[in-house]
Design a protein around this ligand. Sequence first.
Ligand code: PSV
Ligand code: MN
Ligand code: MN
Length: 389
Amino acid sequence: MSSQLTPEILSTLERQAIEVPSWAYGNSGTRFKVFTTPGTPRDPFEKIADAAQVHRHTGLAPAVALHIPWDRVDDFGSLRDFAVEQGVELGTVNSNTFQDDDYKFGALTHEDERIRRKAIDHHLECIDVMHLTGSRDLKIWLAEGSNYPGQSDMRARQDRLHESLEAIYARLSDDQRLVLEYKFFEPAFYHTDVPDWGTSYAQVAALGDRAMVCLDTGHHAPGTNIEFIVMQLLRLGKLGSFDFNSRFYADDDLMVGAADPFQLFRILVEVIRGGGLGHPDVTFMLDQCHNVEAKIPGQIRSVLNVQEMTARALLLDGDALAAARAENDVLTANEVFMDAFYTDVRPALAEWREARGLSADPMGAYAQSGYQQRIEADRIGGTQAGWGA
Ligand code: PSV
Ligand code: MN
Ligand code: MN
């Protein structure tokens, strides 16, 4: 093999699995416009079929995350069987409390007990779905908060949030988990009820061992040292999952590694340092929308980006780094770090793929496969990802 990737690194890469989101295959957009794309899936089955293409060409994406109610079907058992036929499994179930008029002023935090009950019941329905799909994780992202100082009692909302989460957590079976995602703003602009990792941590710590934090890389203020948060959550044993994507400005949901590959590298260095790579407790997921680019190749590119930065992070010379640190040799430590980042691992990863019966060039193989032409011819009237629905 042409490269620096040792057998040990190659076998570590073997354990990498990246879950893809069903909503990446539907049409999505901004609040200005949702562009439709020929061949867009018309139902959850077609989303799974598209997601399976990503795994087929990369060997990296064996699971698909669902979103309820966007992916609600009459028979989840048959969706599960279909996924297995396609060579993937059903993964994390995402709840949705952001598209119902009742939730205008909150869901799990709402002042009105009736609305809170409705939001809790939605999560119980999601847990029922998880039993049918075989999913382990319930992921909760809450669009709750307020727009103006004085509008809400922030403290009382935290208390209600705890009570609601407790009721949901109590319904999980022993092998299921709750992961609570944080986001610093949007759709609320003054305060958000779960704005940061500390709040998510405080809430999940109060629930128990099977409640963890979900870190979405696009959900921090610009300039935030995300790898520090990764380190801390791993140190505390509370990093349950990643939603990978990249951003230039806000929650852009662009392809992971596209906006800032170096940040992705730094995050993966801390994942490896903290024992999170290939660890069953730490799920790697994408949370992306492909507004203008082709969706399946967009996902293929993304999982390849994660693998590429993982391989580079695995190249970090730990002994040289430790020696430089011990001497407080700042410049050498930084050079060792940058050497790993600047190493081109693409030829080695192409060989890694070929050794596994995959194409060296998954983007090219997908383009050649004829799948895209087939779905464009067959599917008329695809669905939106759900944002405008
Ligand atoms: C909204 O910000 C969001 O992007 C969250 O990151 C969720 O994970 C995702 O939507 C799906 O609900
Ligand atoms: Mn997310
Ligand atoms: Mn988001």
